[in-house]
Design a protein around this ligand. Structure first.
Ligand code: HEM
Ligand SMILES: [Cu+2]
Length: 834
């Protein structure tokens, strides 16, 4: 078969739709690009808000903005920068780059990435839009209650809670995708110790997202229940405690700063070796340090709460832990510096931004070491010193490396190059502007200027530093205008760059210029960390289709799945192509959140049904399809299965990872319950406010556990019977499990209901009810999944050998039965021992 014919078939299979259908694309390069541009647009929006604040603060006693406007603007600035820019842009860049770095044709779930993108776009516009109607949230980016519960009416906080929860779900979806992508979609031979450093960082970060975002989502749920239904989680009058929010928020919030820092450093880890022309020194150390940072960052959150009156011992421990994180961070920076010293460095704008980023981050790190010392923090807390510190870390650790990445990867995306001259200008404007803007904040902070104030009185020593800051902010802004101009200016006359113009060693640069939509012409065997430097004739062999999957005989999109550690070929995975379903699914899901904000319950309900219908259609037509042949010759004499189920299937991994995140959110709710137990003398209380406080009793929670175990057992039986091809037994087991799951949900509801529990009465009742609510929703989802499996088998889309659906659903049920058991024990049995 001639290679031209192969090329043509491949191109046809991977063709990006044209015209208005372009927006149905799901390919990682398209979605990644949209995602990046959207996140960058939100960054510019957040930046404009920052400049507005700086105009307001330039002179004392200014009343250009009202206090209320200022509050909305600083809240939105922080929230946009963190939730709509910093996290999404890194996921976006990874969606675009990760498959290319690993010689994969696409990520394992292209439609999931597309869905995540549309959710992000819709949610982001909704959240930002509130500002233009003057109804934006006003509680700062950490939304502390009771400010945001008792004292803020209107929809502002609801927009924050629901809009951002919606986006967090999208972030988690991307994290799942990236984890599975990094673990399962590598080229043959690329063992874990050969993967690009970028992939390691993304793996660490995605896992962090998986464990950090769910506590926040749990917190959002609690606060929204308090705001919408008056369940008193944070209301001290009824036993609630605002501190729980602070814990949940910062269990998310501290890892968050590493979630935005590590992927940027990952870009640095790709750029440094290229410009030093030598492999990265200390690969193993860097990986260890990245993993270490990830772990440690979950044990530091209390340093944001030093001034809340916690016991001294707690403060001491968290202070020490906070200092400790400087060690792995330092290790990484030393490795970068060492590589630059060993290598022969070429000068370039990218590298300038890398160096500026490292230097700025180090300064921010040093003020971080200062504020991690509790007595110092007592002084600096809630002053401009903190604002100075956090921007040094964020801009040094995130913005400058991302700009470096922009210069580095711009040719990869467009085939054109950004101007070194304009780049140098932008660099100096940004570096000088940044320091002039933010250094004085340390001083005004130490002199006593609080943060989050819309103005300050003259003559207290704040005038000059603020004026200087504002001037610097505009110089910094000018730097971004230059960058933006460089990106947008027409480059029609500029010739296309040559292939791999930086002479990089990593696989993403194997793409042709202009790039083809197929990701890679054939999937190579990788034996080194810098294949383009170290593997002879790699590019020619790839181009000539000498490696795997050089053809698309069936006209389908295919990529390879390999084993987790050793990257041995396991499956030829068919990935789905363009569809509008994901966009509609996101629109309808968005509707649920947006309508709920305004308490338009009917509209929210309809939107929910539509979203459900769309998602089911998407799954039904796009996942676990029975292939036309069981195996496929993928080239070089290798034959791989086209369908697998169980732990070797990517879908199984996605379910497993998603459920880890889901469990984390649930555990956060359980944590809340026990948190209340620790702050009350008697919990559960016997009576409150002249009324006795009811509990759910023992019987019904235990009955729920029993029924769920029956349901779970029948799910397992159903899976076995399906595999043995006993349809009658299969449907029977399914019926048993659906029925007992339904009864379990009913009995879980019945306990609190029959005992007359009133969730608005006391925080105890509320925390029982939220666990019940969570578990019932999960039972209902479990039932829906079972019905889906039944329908699949009836429709001939699942059979004895093609059983991925029921296998994945069984996995869900393992987690579900654990959830039910924990809920039952906590609400039913714990009161007996408490
Ligand atoms: C154009 C550059 C920027 C300027 C001039 C700027 C300015 C400011 C100012 C003046 C505040 C304090 C508001 C107050 O306390 O009253 C602030 C807060 C904040 N900024 Fe920035 N900022 C910039 C870029 C960024 C970036 C890139 C990020 C994150 C990636 C960021 C994240 C935050 C956060 C999280 C807060 C805290 C908001 C709060 O207190 O709730 N900023 N910024
Ligand atoms: Cu922190």
């Amino acid at each position: 078969m001639s290679t031209e014919e192969q090329t043509e078939r491949l191109l046809k299979a991977w063709e990006t739709p044209r015209g208005w259908r372009y927006w149905s694309a799901v390919n990682n390069s398209e979605v990644g690009l949209w995602y990046t541009l959207t996140a960058f647009a939100f960054f510019l929006f957040g930046g404009v808000l920052a400049l507005i604040m700086r105009i307001q603060l330039a002179v004392p006693d200014n009343n250009w903005l009202t206090p209320d406007q200022y509050n909305q603007i600083f809240t939105m600035h922080g929230s946009v920068m963190m939730f709509l820019f910093a996290v999404p842009i890194l996921e976006a860049i990874s969606i675009m780059l990760l498959p290319e770095m690993m010689g994969a044709r696409d990520l394992p779930f292209p439609r999931l990435s597309a869905y995540g993108f549309w959710c992000f776009l819709i949610g982001g516009i909704f959240v930002c839009g509130s500002l233009f109607f003057g109804v934006g949230p006003r509680g700062g980016w950490f939304m502390y209650p009771p400010m945001t519960t008792e004292y803020q009416t209107g929809v502002g906080p609801d927009i924050w809670l629901l809009g951002l929860s919606f986006i967090e779900v999208a972030s988690i979806a991307a994290a799942v995708e990236l984890i599975v992508g990094a673990l399962k979609c590598r080229p043959p031979g690329m063992r874990l110790n050969l993967i690009p450093l970028y992939a390691w960082y993304i793996l660490v970060v995605a896992v962090m997202i998986l464990f950090a975002f769910p506590p926040l989502i749990a917190g959002d749920l609690l606060m929204e229940l308090e705001r919408a239904l008056d369940w008193p989680f944070f209301d001290a009058d009824r036993g609630g405690d605002p501190m729980l929010w602070q814990h949940l928020f910062w269990i998310f919030g501290h890892p968050e700063v590493y979630i935005v820092f590590l992927p940027s450093i990952a870009l640095v880890a790709m750029i440094v070796p290229t410009f030093a022309k030598t492999p990265m020194a200390g690969y193993g150390w860097i990986v260890l340090a990245a993993v270490g940072t990830g772990f440690l960052s979950f044990g530091l959150w209390v340093h944001h709460m030093f001034t809340t009156g916690l016991p001294g011992i707690t403060i001491g421990i968290f202070s020490a832990a906070s200092e400790a994180v400087a060690i792995p961070t330092g290790v990484q920076i030393f490795c970068f510096i060492a590589t630059l010293l060993i290598g022969r460095v070429t000068k370039s704008v990218c590298l300038l931004f890398v160096l500026a980023g490292l230097a700025t981050f180090i300064i921010g790190g040093l003020t971080g070491v200062m504020v991690a010392i509790a007595p110092f923090d007592y002084q600096a807390h809630d002053t401009y010193f903190i604002v100075g510190h956090l921007h040094y870390v964020l801009v040094g650790g995130t913005i400058f490396p991302i700009v470096a990445g922009f210069y580095y990867y711009y040719p990869f995306v467009t085939g054109k190059q950004l101007s070194e001259r304009l780049g140098t200008l932008a660099f100096w404007l940004m570096l000088i502007g940044f320091n002039v803007a933010f250094f004085p904040m340390h001083l005004s902070g130490l002199w006593g200027m609080p943060r989050r104030v819309y103005t300050y009185p003259g003559g207290m020593g704040f005038d000059l530093p603020n004026l200087i800051s504002s001037g610097g902010a505009f110089v910094l802004g000018a730097g971004f205008v230059v960058l933006l101009w460089d990106v947008l200016r027409p480059k029609g006359k500029q010739p296309l760059v040559k292939r791999n113009l930086w002479n990089a060693g990593t696989l993403e640069w194997s793409g042709q210029v202009p790039d083809k939509p197929w990701g890679i012409r054939s999937i190579p065997i990788i034996t080194t960390r810098y294949p383009l430097w170290e593997q002879e004739n790699l590019l020619t062999d790839i181009d000539e289709g000498k490696f795997y999957l050089p053809d698309a005989e069936e006209g389908l999109r295919e990529t390879m799945v390999t084993s987790t550690v050793d990257a041995e070929p396991m499956q030829c995975l068919r990935v789905p192509g363009p569809t509008f379903l994901t966009m509609f699914a996101a629109l309808f899901t968005g509707g649920v959140f947006i309508f709920s904000t305004y308490h338009w319950w009917i509209a929210a309900g309809i939107s929910g049904l539509l979203s459900f219908g769309t998602i089911v259609t998407w799954l039904w037509t796009g996942t676990a399809l029975i292939p036309e042949k069981a195996t496929k010759d993928v080239g070089r004499g290798l034959t791989l299965p086209t369908y697998v189920s169980g732990p070797s299937a990517v879908g199984w991994w996605a379910m497993f990872i998603t459920m880890l995140g889901d469990m984390t959110a649930f555990v956060s709710l359980v944590f809340g319950y026990f948190f209340y137990w620790t702050v009350h003398d008697t919990f559960p209380p016997t009576e409150f406010d002249g009324r006795s406080v009811a509990g759910p009793g023992v019987f019904w929670p235990l009955a729920t556990i029993g029924l769920s175990v029956i349901a779970w057992g029948s799910v397992i039986a159903a899976r076995h019977l399906n595999r043995r091809d006993r349809p009658v037994g299969f449907y029977l087991s399914l019926t048993v499990s659906v029925t007992s799951a339904g009864l379990a949900a009913a009995s879980l509801f019945w306990g609190p209901y029959a005992n007359g529990m009133d969730p608005t009465h006391h925080v105890y009742s509320a925390s029982v009810c939220v666990l019940v609510l969570w578990t019932i929703v999960h039972l209902v989802v479990g039932v829906v999944m079972l019905l889906y499996c039944g329908a699949r088998r009836l429709a001939g889309r699942m059979d004895a050998t093609h059983d991925a659906d029921i296998v994945n659903v069984t996995l869900y049920w393992h987690f579900l039965v654990l959830t039910v058991a924990m809920t039952g024990c906590v609400i039913g049995l714990f009161p007996l021992v408490a």
